[in-house]
Design a binder for this molecule. Structure first.
Ligand code: FAD
Length: 542
């Protein structure tokens, strides 16, 4: 089979034009095409008046060798890569050492699923609740301003990305095609098939909920075991005579001690008490860069028009997204983060007395506003001195946002016009903020460091040149966006074990090895493979 990339066709091309274009590119008659599958479909909207679809197709063609020879030198034609997944190990019959996975987010779920499929019957410990109960708890904050610190947007089955836009793409290097395996497992769990070929797939919140339940049923069917409302409070680590530190077990918040020497640590970026417990036990972790800022909302129609012109609302394009970056005079970079077309801004705190924003949408992306994080990169130089200083820094601004919002989980919000004029908002305008339980007109300068405010003030007019109306006076900024990625990295070796604690496999976003659902899932597979090989003493079979 051959893979042909960069096949460009007009947005409204008739279906038969694809085969015709393939045949012409390969220099064969259409009758020589025995099979044609779209491997990827994206679009190029750089010229609004002439938006094109960009295909990658896999083709079965008569006389494949001759075609390859004739097209040698064409960088867009080659053999179709083999993306099939192969398990690296298998648990021996009756194998008694059960690996433990902490966290049922995308990383933990893919780690547990992979371990279960290899026959290891993992135990999954999750501090939050099953996803249906968690949905009710999350709505408790959004509708009534009541936070459950153990069951919320960050904690519970499905992890942080459950109430999200469900964007499933990532810029990671993935030579083993593990991203493909994540997507295939998601399709088996109920995601639409299109995620396998769209260049920017997304699934929205409702689908994610039932997919997570489906994955649970699969893991349990393979002998895995979930324990919900089970928080890991401490780590039992033994130092051996040669100085090597080894994990021996876990102390659970319910008082139980669980003996284990193999733990996948997939705790996400918000499990601050667990970071503290790891640090107190001497597990090596270090402060890492992340970003802080606000969510910005515009009418989705403005973004659609700016990006797609007269093609706005075209069914193949959907609601438009954007990706913006500006490098400021003060050395900071401002960029858009986790853009959610046709979605809403959500309350995403996991701690009482703090306000945190993020974004989500449904599959249809049909809500009135577009939202995105508007964030500024920061580094440990901004929060020096301690590996967990980034957590303190997040808390500082989240607490200020809570106070500026009025102390009831309402979030401080400001019109872009007021923000640029450096005056507090006293009322909001044409764009109604979607954040629940509500917003309070305020001055965001009280909730973020001066350099971040200055950087955003510089960036907004630049972004307006790329997306006409981006700096419209009534666009709304809601703060604060602090949980963009983990403030720490829990360093690991090439075999995926903590650099100073054997048996502990830091994984996913919380450990600093992923950013987003897909990359967290990929890392979960990678770490599950390493854990399986450590358990069996095997080398990879791949
Ligand atoms: P998490 O998903 O954070 O999972 C960690 C899990 O560990 C949690 O369930 C937690 O309860 C559990 N846990 C933590 N500590 C303990 C403990 N001590 N004991 C037991 N259990 C514990 N990414 C995208 O790619 N696309 C999107 O559209 C997108 N939208 C988002 C929208 C929102 C509102 C949020 C909050 C995030 C979004 N993200 C999105 C980011 C994405 O969700 C994360 O990158 C991803 O979930 C990280 O996966 P993870 O498994 O590493 O960690």
């Amino acid at each position: 089979m051959l893979r042909l990339t960069e096949l460009r066709l007009p947005l409204d091309h008739p279906p038969e034009a694809l085969a015709d274009a393939v045949a012409r590119r390969l220099g064969v008659a259409e009758t020589a095409l025995r099979g044609l599958t779209v491997a990827r479909r994206g679009y190029d909207a750089r010229r609004k008046s002439a938006i094109v679809l960009v295909y990658t197709v896999d083709v079965e063609v008569t006389g494949e060798a001759a075609v390859l020879q004739r097209c040698a030198g064409d960088p867009h034609l080659g053999p179709t890569p083999d993306t099939r997944y192969r398990f690296v190990a298998r648990a021996p019959e009756g194998f008694a050492r059960r690996p433990v996975v902490i966290g049922a987010g995308p990383c933990g779920l893919m780690a547990a699923l992979t371990l279960a499929q290899m026959g290891f019957r993992p135990i999954i410990l999750e501090r939050g609740t099953i996803v249906r109960d968690r949905t009710k708890d999350t709505w408790g904050l959004w509708r009534r301003g009541e936070l459950n610190p153990e069951s919320n947007v960050q904690f519970g089955e499905g992890g942080a990305g459950t109430f999200s836009d469900g964007k499933l793409y990532s810029g990671i290097k993935d030579p083993q095609h593990l991203g493909r395996r994540v997507l295939e497992e998601f399709v088996r769990a109920g995601a639409p098939e299109e995620i396998l070929y769209l260049s920017k797939p997304h699934i929205g919140t409702f689908r994610l909920v039932s997919m997570v339940e489906h994955i649970r049923a699969t893991i349990e069917g393979l002998g895995g075991e979930y324990r919900f409302r089970t928080r890991v409070a401490d780590f039992d680590i033994e130092t051996q005579p040669d100085g090597t530190r080894r994990l021996r077990g876990l102390h659970l918040a319910n008082g139980e001690h669980l003996r284990t020497d193999c733990v996948v640590l997939a705790i996400g970026h918000s499990s601050r008490d667990t970071f503290a417990a790891l640090h107190a036990r001497g597990v090596f972790l270090e402060a890492k860069p992340f970003s802080i800022g606000v969510r910005i909302e515009h009418p989705q129609s403005l973004i659609d028009r700016a990006r797609f012109g007269s093609f706005a609302k075209h069914p193949l394009l959907g609601a438009a997204d954007y990706k913006l970056v500006h490098h400021c005079g003060n050395g900071r970079s401002v960029y858009s983060f986790c853009m959610c077309p046709g979605g809403r801004v959500v309350a995403a705190t996991s701690e009482p007395g703090r306000v945190v924003t993020n974004g989500m949408s449904q599959y249809s992306r049909a809500e009135f506003n577009a939202n995105a994080g508007l964030v500024v990169g920061i580094t440990p130089a901004d929060y020096p001195g301690h590996p967990l200083a980034g957590v303190d820094y997040q808390r500082l601004w989240e607490s200020r946002a809570f106070a500026a919002g009025g102390g009831s989980y309402a979030a401080p919000a400001q019109r872009v016009g007021d923000f640029l004029a450096a005056r507090a908002s006293t009322a909001l305008g044409e764009v109604t903020p979607s954040y629940k339980p509500g917003t309070t007109p305020a001055d965001l300068a009280a909730c973020l460091p001066d350099f971040a405010i200055a950087a955003m003030r510089e960036a907004l007019p630049r972004f307006d040149r790329q997306i006409a109306g981006f700096a419209m006076a009534d666009a709304v900024m809601t703060g604060v966006e602090t949980r963009t990625s983990s403030p720490v990295r829990i360093r690991r070796d090439a075999d995926c074990q903590s650099i100073n604690t054997r048996g502990l496999f830091p994984a996913g976003e919380g450990a600093g090895y992923a950013g987003g659902i897909l990359s967290a899932g990929v890392d979960g597979i990678r770490v599950a493979e390493a854990a399986a090989m450590a358990l069996t003493g095997e080398l990879p079979h791949r």
